[in-house]
Write a protein that binds this ligand. Structure first.
Ligand SMILES: *[C@@H]1O[C@H](CO)[C@@H](O)[C@H](O)[C@H]1NC(C)=O
Length: 229
């Protein structure tokens, strides 16, 4: 009987093995599809990793994350470094900014230099990438400027912001700048300009401000803690 069973198993085994391999092959259609998907997912994530890795080494990577497009990011290395804000009410005269000076001709010359909106050439594609319409932007003609056939007028926003700050400063010293005293209940062109400047600076500050802190400190001779502005 034992021999017969072995024989039967042997026969079954011989018969069932080839049968199984026909019905359920080692590499089924499903397994094949899953493997293909796996390979695709692997190479996609590998590509994304390489792209993000290479972007990290793009010029001005950190600034690009916190700003809308500017062609300057591709052209200049805007090296970032921490700067300590000079906020004291009584700075040393030698290290003080011209903003701390009473109005004078020498400081005015520097203010004028800083607020001047200089032209900076932009290409047509750069203007489009900024989301603007290049068809109404004046061209810097090659015959006149020698900048090639794809140069259009641009100017840095920061110069306009400095112009606005200087306009407010001059209004604060309107006696020196011979600005006539105005009736504050009447909205004339000078008021429209001043309010435009206040709004420009307010938006610039609110859009670019950081989340740094002032801290308050006990200072000898002061009754209350003072901010380290
Ligand atoms: C300012 O303008 C208002 C409205 O025109 C007028 O009523 C007021 O008298 C003016 N004030 C001065 C100081 O001129």
């Amino acid at each position: 009987m034992g021999d017969k069973e072995e024989e039967a198993e042997g026969l079954l085994g011989e018969e069932s093995l080839p049968n199984k391999s026909i019905r359920r092959p080692l590499f089924t259609r499903t397994a094949f599809i899953i493997t293909i998907i796996n390979i695709i997912v692997f190479f996609t994530s590998l590509a994304l990793f390489v792209i993000s890795f290479s972007q990290r080494y793009q010029l001005n990577f950190e600034l690009r994350q916190a700003s809308t497009y500017s062609p300057i990011f591709d052209r200049l290395d805007l090296e970032m470094r921490p700067r300590k804000i000079q906020g004291t009410l009584f700075p040393d005269k030698e290290s003080a900014s011209i903003a701390r000076e009473l109005p004078n001709a020498a400081a005015d010359e520097i203010w004028e230099e800083w607020e001047l909106s200089r032209f900076y050439p932009l290409t047509r594609d750069e203007i489009v990438r900024m989301g603007k319409d290049p068809s109404t932007v004046p061209k810097l003609e090659d015959s006149e400027w020698g900048l090639g056939d794809d140069a259009y007028v641009g100017a840095f926003d920061v110069y306009h912001q400095i112009h606005c700050l200087n306009a407010l400063r001059q209004n604060a010293y309107r006696g020196y700048y011979k600005l006539t005293t105005r009736n504050h209940t009447v909205m004339g062109l000078p008021e429209i300009h001043i309010n435009h400047c206040v709004d420009i600076l307010l938006q610039a500050l609110q859009c670019s401000s950081n989340v740094n802190f002032m801290t308050y400190h006990w200072v000898a001779g002061q009754e209350y803690p003072q901010p380290d502005m």
